[in-house]
Design a protein around this ligand. Structure first.
Ligand code: PLP
Length: 227
């Protein structure tokens, strides 16, 4: 079942990459397993998926605690500062950094745990107050510089969640804004370091690929609708 869905998604990735004149290998698929049981993770791994995403630290710890070393697990939901201690040894990426203070806390915890962590800065590309992430580009760029200087963290790029609307042009314009910001960050910190633009989910990943996404985060198209 997951195997079939995975094949269909890979075909859609390849098709949208080729429409955009891009190499499909430049787009990584992150499987979002929030609310799904461990058995789904196991089936996904058997189907060949190696990159996973979870929204909540505690749920991830329960589900991935014993296999964290053998998958690449990304935190894609908001990180509360007091949960930073649970990241080392569980998540190798935090895709949702939205403040310097949280990044500092995370870096301290990772240093103490003897491991590094890759991070993306989350950009609120829709301006909706209900969404987390930096609303001001200038603040994101300024803090990125300081976060890049933290001992245990490697800034790798930008993440955004597109607007939940059906108007494809609106979605595309949010992604285009995010890509422009990503390119500014590349200029600022160096293209060799800044290599990840995470945008696109089940309903909008093809638009995101057209706009330059290098990492799509897919849940329901792989595993079915969440309860
Ligand atoms: C849930 C979630 C996803 C996956 O959503 P689907 O629409 O099920 O593909 C991707 N990114 C984030 C940040 C999420 O919270």
């Amino acid at each position: 079942m997951i195997e079939e869905q995975l094949r269909a998604i890979r075909e859609r990735i390849t098709a949208s990459a080729s429409r955009a004149g891009r190499d499909p290998d430049g787009i990584r698929l992150l499987a979002v397993t929030k609310t799904q049981p461990r058995s789904v993770v196991d089936e996904a791994r058997r189907a060949g998926i190696t990159i996973f995403g979870e929204n909540r630290v505690q749920e991830a710890a329960a589900k991935y605690g014993d296999i964290a070393g053998s998958v690449e697990l990304h935190l894609i939901g908001h990180l509360q500062r007091n949960k930073a201690r649970m990241v080392p040894g569980l998540f190798s990426w935090v895709d949702s950094i939205d403040s310097l203070a949280t990044a500092q806390a995370l870096s301290r915890r990772c240093e103490a745990g003897g491991c590094g962590c890759a991070v993306l800065l989350q950009y609120n590309s829709t301006g909706e107050a209900s969404k987390s992430g930096y609303q001001e580009e200038s603040i994101l760029l300024e803090e990125a510089e300081r976060i890049a200087g933290l001992a245990a963290l490697r800034v790798r790029g930008v993440m955004t969640i597109g607007p939940f609307v059906s108007d494809a042009a609106k979605i595309a314009s949010a992604f285009a804004r995010t890509r422009a910001l990503y390119e500014r960050l590349q200029k600022q910190l160096g293209e060799a370091r800044i290599d990840t633009l995470s945008m696109g989910m089940t309903d909008d990943f093809e638009i995101a690929i057209a706009e330059g996404s290098t990492e799509i985060r897919v849940g329901s198209a792989l595993f079915g609708a969440r309860a």
